[in-house]
Design a protein around this ligand. Structure first.
Ligand code: ATP
Length: 256
């Protein structure tokens, strides 16, 4: 049987400890994530989605419970060390790319991330052809802007670059934090297509937070609904394939 690549075991994150406002913003979360899972995550504001990603990414340490990657306890592993196997794309296109560096320099930086020194590509020149091919596939002229400072790109191009940087080393786990939310509908759809293709072609394991019910239904093999720090629904297989917006809305009504 396939073993989980990533696990959250009884994770609790408490805020305002000892006060009248004490609250478990992650409330005994248990989650087994399998290789190739593409999990869409829905939840109303304050449900705990960002806290969940911050716990997986290592930005937040849980009060109790364990974070496991490939059977290893990484609960105390730093954010920097986790970049060897984990990438994240944020909502804001400005995050994740260095504005004064060119597109190619950013890609080189991403290639080096988390790698041993001996495995690092020597210089930019040797990588240019590869970067050209990679960016050409994006179909948004990013390939013609390899020597442009990232700060001068459009929001869509910059977010596509963030996505490329996050996936260039085939991370063990990819976190997409509403990564298309700041883009116009057409650009957002283009990036979702690129996202879906890349995840399938590279067989990535991915968690994607979204507020779009359609995206949560149409993409991925599994859907989680978070509510008040708990996983209220974990839908996969045929149930996920046959899920409709109406059914999803009834789930939301039931947990309110
Ligand atoms: N440091 C903190 N101190 C107190 N409360 C916090 C802290 N961080 C988060 N919270 C609370 O924890 C809950 C979960 O927050 P979180 O940001 O994870 O929700 P979310 O699902 O990502 O929401 P959104 O969709 O609005 O981004 C919220 O009620 C929030 O106010």
């Amino acid at each position: 049987m396939t073993k989980p690549i990533f696990q959250l075991k009884n994770i609790v994150k408490t805020v305002n400890e000892g006060s009248a406002e004490e609250l478990n913003i992650l409330d005994h979360i248990n989650l087994d994530i399998y290789p190739g899972d593409f999990i869409t995550i829905l939840g109303s504001n304050g449900a705990g989605k960002s806290t969940l990603f911050n716990t997986i990414g290592g930005n937040l340490k849980p009060n109790s419970g364990q974070v496991i990657y490939n059977n290893k306890d990484i609960t105390k592993t730093s954010v920097v060390k986790r970049t060897a196997f984990l990438s994240r794309v944020f909502q804001d296109p400005k995050m994740g790319t260095a504005p004064r560096m060119t597109v190619a320099e950013n890609l080189l930086l991403a290639e080096k991330r988390g790698k041993k020194h001996s495995l690092v590509p020597r210089n930019l020149k040797s990588q240019m052809n590869k970067f050209k091919k990679l960016t050409k596939k994006m179909n948004n002229n990013l390939d013609k802007r390899l020597t442009t400072a990232t700060g001068n790109l459009s929001g869509g191009q910059r977010q596509t670059l963030s996505f490329l940087m996050a996936t260039i080393n085939k991370p063990g786990i990819l976190l997409l934090d509403e990564h298309t939310a700041a883009l116009d509908p057409k650009t957002s759809q283009q990036l979702m297509d690129i996202t879906d293709n890349t995840i399938h072609q590279e067989k990535l394991t991915c968690l994607m937070i979204t507020h779009h019910l359609d995206d949560a239904i149409n993409y991925g093999n599994r859907l989680l609904v978070l509510h008040q720090g708990k996983v209220s629904y974990d839908i996969s297989g045929e149930e996920k394939k046959n899920l409709t917006k109406e059914k999803l809305l009834t789930f939301f009504n039931d947990i309110q």
